[in-house]
Design a protein around this ligand. Structure first.
Ligand code: SF4
Length: 381
C-alpha cells in the first residue's frame, strides 16, 4: 500500500487496539506513535470504528485491515512526560514532542482549538485548558529533561489566542530570550498576523529561526468580518516580508483542508509558494461524536492531489524542506512525493543530511551566523 495513502487514512480513521500491545500504548494526549513503511512517522488517535487495528506478535508490530497486514514500528511514549520540574510540575503539562520538535503553548489553547477538529499538535485543547500555568524556568527544565532522552532540534512556541497588533510576539519575547540563554536549539513561533511589518524584523532579531503565520480563521461557524479582504492583503504583505527576512523554507503557513473547496486550497498553495512560504496542509478530521463530524466529509482519496501538487511545486523552488519538523501529525510536503511521479532526489538528500549530527551542527551554526550578519539592532526584551 502507498505509505502516504496509509498515513492519510490513519489520520482520518485512527486505529483500534488489538492483541499483545504494551501499556501505556499512547502518549498522555492519547496519540499512538508509529513508523510506517518508508519511515513515515505518524501519531494516531484510538478510534473504535477504525478499519485499522494494531497488533504485536513476538515484538513485531503490524496493522491489520480486512485481512491485509502492514508491518510498522511502535514507539513508546517518552519517559520524560512522567518526570517533574523542580517546582513540581509534570513535563506532560508543559510540552508535547513530535519527532524532533517540542511543541509548547505557554499561553494556553490557540484559536484553531475552537474548530472542533482533532488537532494533534499539543494534545487536546480541553486538556490544555486544564493545565496549570508554568514559568520560563519550568519550561527550560522540561526541555532539558526531554533532550536527555531524545534528540530534538526545534522548540515551537504558540502565541495562543491573540488579538493584539503584534500577532503575539511581544508576549513571547521573554520566553524566546530565556530559551536562547540556556539552550542550543532552533526556535519557531506560531503567530497571528501582525498589523505592522516591523514586528517581523523584531521576531527574527530576538532569536527566532522559523515562523508560522496562518491564513484566516479556522472556525467554520465564524462569519467573515467586513475587513476580511483588507486583513488578507495585510497577511500577504506580512508573509512576503517574512520570507525576505527568514531563511528559505523557514516561513510556513498552515492550510486547513476541508473548510473550503479543494480548488481554493489549491490556489492558496500556489500563492504561498510564489511568495516563498511553505504551505503545511493540515488534515485533522473531526473526532467521532464531535458536532463537526456529521458535516465534515473530505476523504483521504479526495485530497491526495493537493499533496502531490504541493510536493511538485515545492521541488521547483529552493525552499528547504528541513524546517517542517512536526512530521508525525501532518503528511509533509516532501512526503507528498509518494503521491507524485516526480523524483525527489535533491530535497530528500538535503533533508537526510540535516538529520545527521553534522547536519544539526551546520544548521545551528548557520542560523546564528546568519542572524549575526543580518541583525544590526536587537530590541530590548
Ligand atoms: S495547536 Fe491544536 S491542540 Fe494545540 S491548542 Fe491549538 S488546537 Fe489545541
Amino acid at each position: 500500500m502507498n505509505p502516504a495513502v496509509l498515513k492519510l487514512e490513519l489520520m482520518a480513521y485512527g486505529i483500534r487496539p488489538g492483541e499483545g500491545l504494551f501499556q501505556p500504548l499512547a502518549n498522555p494526549f492519547g496519540l499512538v506513535h508509529l513508523t510506517l513503511p518508508e519511515k513515515l512517522a505518524v501519531s494516531i488517535h484510538l478510534q473504535e470504528r477504525s478499519p485499522y487495528s494494531l497488533h504485536n506478535r513476538n515484538n513485531r508490530f503490524f496493522l491489520e485491515k480486512n485481512g491485509e497486514t502492514i508491518p510498522v514500528q511502535w514507539t513508546p511514549p517518552l519517559k520524560a512526560y512522567e518526570k517533574k520540574t523542580s517546582s513540581g510540575l509534570a513535563i506532560k503539562e508543559i510540552l508535547t514532542v513530535h519527532g524532533g520538535l517540542i511543541a509548547v503553548h505557554p499561553k494556553g489553547p490557540c484559536r484553531f482549538g475552537l474548530s472542533g477538529l482533532s488537532c494533534r499538535y499539543c494534545g487536546s485543547t480541553k486538556a490544555l485548558n486544564e493545565h496549570p500555568p508554568f514559568t520560563k524556568k519550568d519550561l527550560v527544565e522540561a526541555i532539558e529533561m526531554v533532550l536527555e532522552e531524545k534528540r530534538c532540534d526545534f522548540v515551537n512556541l504558540s502565541s495562543g489566542r491573540v488579538t493584539s497588533d503584534d500577532g503575539g510576539v511581544e508576549w513571547l519575547t521573554p520566553w524566546v530570550v530565556e530559551l536562547r540563554k540556556h539552550l542550543h536549539i532552533l526556535i519557531s513561533l506560531d503567530l497571528a498576523l501582525p498589523r505592522s511589518l516591523e514586528w517581523i524584523d523584531k521576531t527574527y532579531a530576538i532569536g527566532v529561526d522559523a515562523l508560522y503565520y496562518d491564513l484566516d480563521f479556522f472556525n467554520p461557524d465564524e462569519t467573515r468580518p467586513a475587513t476580511f479582504q483588507e486583513q488578507r492583503d495585510l497577511h500577504w504583505k506580512a508573509l512576503e516580508q517574512a520570507a525576505k527576512i527568514f531563511p528559505a523554507g523557514a516561513v510556513l503557513s498552515h492550510l486547513v483542508i476541508g473548510f473550503e473547496p479543494l480548488e481554493e486550497t489549491q490556489k492558496r498553495i500556489d500563492l504561498l509558494i510564489g511568495k516563498g512560504v511553505v504551505p503545511i496542509l493540515v488534515y485533522f478530521p473531526p473526532l467521532d461524536g464531535s458536532p463537526l463530524s456529521s458535516r465534515w466529509k473530505i476523504t483521504p482519496q479526495e485530497i491526495q492531489g493537493l499533496y502531490a501538487r504541493l510536493f511538485e511545486k515545492l521541488t521547483q523552488t529552493g525552499l528547504n524542506p528541513h524546517w517542517v519538523q512536526q512530521r508525525d501529525v501532518i503528511l509533509t510536503p516532501l512526503e507528498g512525493r509518494f503521491l507524485s511521479d516526480q523524483p525527489a532526489r535533491y530535497p530528500l538528500a538535503l533533508q537526510n543530511f540535516y538529520e545527521t549530527s553534522l547536519g544539526r551542527i551546520v544548521t545551528l551554526g548557520l542560523a546564528s551566523l546568519r542572524r549575526h550578519l543580518r541583525v544590526r539592532e536587537v530590541p530590548a526584551p
